[in-house]
Design a binder for this molecule. Structure first.
Ligand SMILES: [Zn+2]
Ligand SMILES: [Zn+2]
Length: 381
């Protein structure tokens, strides 16, 4: 090798080394940048977590308003107030899903959905809407009246969101109310390996043919008897008025609720108003009660069905002892009337609460209370 050639090789080696250095420096810079970013993101997550934890503690000590200050301040500081253009401002759960790291949307209605990734359909209603489109055109009008009787929740093991056929009939049920109408083309034929099995449904409906039916008045009340249609209760304690959504009708004010029991005068059983509302207007309705099994069989022009009654022992009992802690209560008074009131312990060591009535600030004399039932559970402490 000549001197000149040697010089060239040495220059090339030096260039390569400079290049490698530059590449190394650039890689180090990038690594440092992503490390800084990760640290910054970790710090934000840590601070958010600590703020939420502080809010929880504050809530325990000083109530929800004081707790919200932590969260509001944090969001204001970090520019994280809710997106004012979000279509989900009136639905916190949907807002949470749509603006989270893994948003999922229902393929039917487009709403943010909690459904599984594989099929994020958001509700039983959307599931049925989609199913309806798979039915032959002629079957759709026959399938629709079955839908209100289908289940609204489901699990992997038990899915009653859709009506099904069994022989000459179509059925829809949520496990407590079952309706039977003529079979509809396109529905799944129930088999013995399904849950519930075809045999179980056959056994369940076998008494329908032999029962004696009669016309009986069975209707939900016009309005919620607990809040008299207002949808809320007003409680006045220490001259401060609280509005509380009616627990019985869930704020609707109507007589249709799964928490509202209906006892038709001619029957022995108690039935949930939400179910009675579904059957009360069926044409030419006739019923046949089996009180021992808390079961009401019914038939109407075009079909038949079975309604399970409420078992008395499953209804919240009225309690004689005073509540152990502050709560809203449904009071049964000794004069036979019922009232809503708040039971409040002024001092934790007191053995009896102070009772304050809804709608008036007049206190209730404890001796006039026959029994009480918690309304929405504990609201303080
Ligand atoms: Zn949907
Ligand atoms: Zn009500």
């Amino acid at each position: 090798m000549s001197l000149c050639e040697l010089q060239t090789v040495l220059n090339q080696a030096a260039d390569a080394s400079t290049c490698a250095h530059k590449a190394l420096a650039s890689a180090t810079d990038q690594l440092k940048a992503s490390h800084d970013l990760l640290t910054a993101e970790r710090n934000i997550a840590l601070d958010n977590l600590a703020v939420m934890q502080a809010a929880l503690l504050e809530n325990r000590l000083n109530g929800a308003t004081a707790a919200m200050k932590w969260i509001t301040e944090r969001l204001t500081m970090s520019g994280g107030r809710p997106d004012p253009d979000s279509p989900w401002l009136n639905d916190p759960l949907k807002y949470r899903i749509a603006h989270g790291s893994k948003p999922r949307f229902c393929p039917v209605c487009g709403s943010p959905s909690q459904g599984p990734v594989s099929d994020p359909v958001c509700s039983a209603d959307c599931h049925r809407t989609r199913f309806l489109e798979t039915l032959p055109e002629a079957s759709r009008d026959a399938a629709k009246p079955l839908f209100p009787f289908c289940a609204s929740d489901w699990t992997e093991e038990r899915d009653l969101r859709l009506p099904f056929n069994m022989g000459e009939y179509a059925y829809a049920t949520d496990g407590r109310l079952l309706i039977r109408r003529p079979a509809v083309e396109g529905l799944t034929e129930l088999q013995d390996e399904h849950i519930p099995s075809a045999q179980k449904v056959r056994d369940l409906v076998s008494p329908l043919a032999s029962r004696r039916y009669q016309k009986t008045e069975i209707r939900v009340p016009e309005q919620c008897p607990d809040c008299l249609g207002r949808g809320f209760h007003e409680l006045i304690t220490d001259h401060v008025a609280y509005h509380l959504d009616c627990h019985t009708c869930k704020g609707s004010g109507t007589g249709i609720s799964d928490l509202l029991p209906v006892s038709p005068p001619a029957l022995k059983g108690i039935y949930a108003a939400s179910y009675v509302a579904l059957i009360q207007d069926l044409p030419d309705l006739e019923v046949s009660e089996d009180p021992e099994n808390h079961t009401l069989y019914f038939r109407f022009s075009g079909g038949a069905g079975i309604l399970m009654g409420l078992e008395p022992e499953k209804m919240t009992p009225l309690v004689k002892e005073p509540p152990e802690t502050d709560c809203y209560c449904h009071l049964q008074m000794k004069d036979g009337s019922t009232r809503y009131a708040a039971a409040i312990y002024l001092e934790p060591e007191h053995s009896q609460p102070i009772w304050r009535e809804c709608l008036t600030d007049q206190e209730i004399v404890r001796q006039s209370i026959e029994a009480w039932r918690p309304l929405i559970g504990v609201y303080r402490k």
